[in-house]
Design a protein around this ligand. Sequence first.
Ligand SMILES: [Zn+2]
Length: 66
Amino acid sequence: MRCRHCGWPEQEPYEVVSRHVTSQGVIVYSRCACGRLQVRRHDRVVLQARTPTPGVAGPAAGCAAR
Ligand SMILES: [Zn+2]
């Protein structure tokens, strides 16, 4: 599988943000080359953000917030 945004292979995390050892195994938070966050467990992606910057994607959100 490759990232739909930047084409980076999802098996190779671009940047490991943090790593947590839980009762279910090691949870790794990683960031893609395009800035998208991934959560992976045992080298499998279990959660993936849809956009690189969630919450800032709205076209008029920036103007309305200020
Ligand atoms: Zn990407």
